[in-house]
Design a protein around this ligand. Structure first.
Ligand code: GAR
Length: 217
């Protein structure tokens, strides 16, 4: 059966676009059943038909819990198999995470556990790191701290700015996210407690995306 994916996005939506393109190309057996945003003007929303868009301003609700109750009901109504945070720039609350735990993924632009949170490209450059990268991980209540499924690495180059580094990383991020979603769509990815299982085996270290876009141990 075609895997149902819900996407949470706050901005540009290039990761969402990569997912939609892979589906259109027949390289990802999935369907985007909804795009959910905390920013009603997010370009990401425009990439799907109006019936598949949902957005609400958190400031219109009395508190975060109230906003997230409505968000999580909307996500649940789309009956997704997997929920992907692809540039969703709000911290998710415990109730939302508990409701979808085990099928909630995030892509983060750093080699976790390095640089949780914001400004990851600038922080990698400030630290003088020779390489930078992105991680796809299961979401748990602690920010950017869930079990890392897979990572991709790019070199930092002399003269890099946060912008040039981000631009070098972005297409590799897309490839990474797609590779993990193919694994998920094939029923080969699971989170059991704190353990990630890949092809039924516990994953002791994150997988790496190689230059041929394969996930390798
Ligand atoms: C991506 O680089 C993603 O890794 C990052 O936001 C960007 C969204 O781009 N996510 C985070 O920083 C999450 N903490 P997109 O809207 O073009 O997919």
């Amino acid at each position: 059966m075609t895997t149902r994916i819900a996407v949470l996005a706050s901005g540009r939506g290039s990761n969402l676009q990569a997912i939609l393109q892979a589906i259109a190309d027949g390289t990802l057996d999935a369907e985007v059943v909804g795009v959910f945003s905390d920013k009603p003007n997010a370009p990401a929303l425009k990439q799907v038909t109006p019936e598949r868009r949902w957005s609400a301003r958190p400031s219109a609700f009395p508190d975060r819990a109230a906003y997230e109750t409505v968000l999580s009901d909307a996500v649940a109504a789309a009956s997704p198999d997997w929920i992907v945070c692809a540039g969703y720039m709000r911290i998710l609350g415990d109730a939302f995470i508990a409701r979808f735990r085990g099928r909630l993924l995030n892509i983060h632009p750093s080699l976790l556990p390095k640089y949780r949170g914001l400004h990851t490209h600038a922080r990698a450059l400030e630290a003088g790191d020779a390489e930078h990268g992105a991680s796809v991980h299961f979401v748990i209540p602690e920010l950017d701290a869930g079990s890392v499924i897979a990572q991709v690495r790019v070199p930092t180059l002399a003269g890099d700015t946060p912008e040039t580094l981000a631009a070098r990383l972005l297409p590799r991020e897309h490839a990474l996210l797609l590779a993990v979603l193919r694994l998920a769509a094939a029923g080969q990815l699971a989170e059991q407690g704190d353990v990630t299982r890949c092809h039924g085996q516990p994953l002791l270290n994150p997988l790496s995306l190689d230059s041929a876009d394969r996930l390798v141990s």
